[in-house]
Design a protein around this ligand. Structure first.
Ligand code: 13P
Ligand code: SF4
Length: 326
C-alpha cells in the first residue's frame, strides 16, 4: 500500500493532501487512457480533476462519444450504468457502488413492469434517474434538460407513462399540456427545500432571482424566475452575472457557478432540516470522495456490469433520446 492509499477516509485532507491526490489521479488517467466524467453535484476537487463536468444529458453524450479505454464515472450508479450500456466493451468504474439515487430506488423493476403491462397502449418515457432494468422497460429516456422536447416528440394521440419523478412529470405536464400517468417517485434532496425559509430568505434579498431544478416540488417551482437542468441553471447565471441568485438544487452546483461567474452572489436554497451548511446536499453523490476516486482509478474497481439482456433492451431508449437531443 502506498502513502496515499493509507490515508483514512475519515481524515480531513489538507490542501497539500488534495493536490497530491489530484496529481496522482491525473497521472493514472493518462497512463490508463481513462476519461473522468463528473456531475456538478460532486465535491469541488472531483469536479476540478475531471475531464468533463456536466448534467445528465451532457454526461451521457460524452460517454457515447468517448474514445478512452476506461470511463471513470464520478456521479451516481444510474449514470455509470448508462455509460456502460453505451459502451459494453469498455470498463466503466464508479468510486463507490453505494452512490445510488432516491429516484432510482423509488421505482422497482417488478412493480414498474406490472404498471407498464397494465397500460399497454402507453408510450413509456423514463427520466434517466432510474435503473437499467427500468430503462429496458421504456420506449424513450429523457433528462431534465430535454424532457419537454422528448414528450413533445410523441404523437398527440398517444397516452404517456412518465416515471419515476412525479415532480418533473407534473412540470412537464404543465409546460406541454399533455396528460401523463405519473409514477410516484421523488428526489429526497429537491423535496427537502422549505418554502417558508425560501420566502424568508427572499424577503432579505428581494433583488435575488430564484432558479430551480424541475425535480423540486410545485410550490418551489412557482416561485422561480428560471427552471432548468443543472447546465441550464449555470447558463442562466452566466447570462446575468450582475444579478444575485437563490439556487434551488443540490449545493455542489455552486462550485461551477462561482467558477464561471466569480463575482456573482449565490445563496443556496434552504432545506427543512437545520444543517450546518444551510444547504441541500445529496448523500448519494457525496459518498464519492477524492480518495475513493484515486483508489478506483488505481485498482480499476468497483466495476459496473449490466447483464446483456437488460443492456440490449435499455440501449434503444437511450439512443432515441440522444438522437432527438442532437
Ligand atoms: P441534471 O444534472 O441532469 O439536471 O440532473 C440533476 C440530478 O439530480 C442528477 O441526479
Ligand atoms: Fe438522485 Fe436526487 Fe441525488 Fe440526483 S440529487 S442523485 S435525483 S437523490
Amino acid at each position: 500500500m502506498d502513502k496515499l492509499e493509507s490515508i483514512q477516509e475519515e481524515v480531513k485532507l489538507d490542501e497539500a493532501g488534495k493536490v497530491a491526490l489530484m496529481q496522482e489521479i491525473d497521472q493514472l488517467r493518462k497512463e490508463k487512457n481513462a476519461v473522468i466524467l463528473a456531475h456538478y453535484y460532486q465535491e469541488p476537487e472531483i469536479q476540478d480533476v475531471a475531464d468533463y463536468v456536466g448534467d445528465s444529458l451532457g454526461l451521457s453524450q460524452q460517454a457515447a462519444k468517448t474514445e478512452a479505454d476506461m470511463i471513470v464515472f464520478a456521479g451516481v450508479h444510474f449514470m455509470a450504468e448508462t455509460a456502460k450500456i453505451l459502451n459494453p466493451n469498455k470498463k466503466v468504474i464508479l468510486p463507490d457502488l453505494d452512490a445510488g439515487c432516491s429516484l432510482a430506488s423509488s421505482c422497482p423493476p417488478e412493480s414498474f413492469g406490472e404498471f407498464v403491462k397494465a397500460h399497454p397502449d402507453h408510450v413509456v418515457v423514463t427520466y434517466i434517474n432510474c435503473s437499467a432494468e427500468i430503462k429496458a422497460l421504456s420506449d424513450i429516456v429523457c433528462t431534465s434538460s430535454n424532457a419537454l422536447k422528448i414528450v413533445n416528440s410523441i404523437p398527440k394521440d398517444r397516452p404517456i407513462i412518465f416515471a419515476p419523478d412525479k415532480n418533473l412529470g407534473k412540470y412537464v405536464m404543465k409546460q406541454t399540456g399533455r396528460e401523463m400517468l405519473l409514477w410516484d417517485g421523488a428526489c429526497v434532496v429537491h423535496e427537502a427545500f422549505s418554502i417558508d425559509k425560501l420566502i424568508e430568505i427572499h424577503k432579505s434579498h428581494p433583488e435575488a432571482e430564484i432558479i430551480a431544478h424541475p425535480e423540486s416540488e410545485e410550490h418551489i417551482l412557482q416561485t422561480a424566475n428560471y427552471i432548468g437542468s443543472t447546465s441550464g441553471m449555470i447558463n442562466y447565471v452566466k447570462k446575468y452575472p450582475e444579478k444575485e441568485f437563490i439556487v434551488a438544487t443540490e449545493a455542489g452546483i455552486l462550485h461551477q457557478m462561482q467558477k464561471d461567474v466569480p463575482d456573482v452572489k449565490l445563496i443556496p436554497a434552504p432545506s427543512h432540516e437545520d444543517n450546518t451548511c444551510a444547504c441541500s446536499e445529496c448523500g448519494y453523490m457525496k459518498v464519492n470522495t477524492l480518495r475513493k476516486l484515486y483508489l478506483c482509478i488505481k485498482h480499476e474497481r468497483p466495476e459496473i456490469d449490466v447483464p446483456r439482456t437488460i443492456r440490449e433492451r435499455a440501449l434503444l431508449p437511450i439512443e432515441r433520446m440522444l438522437e432527438i437531443s442532437k
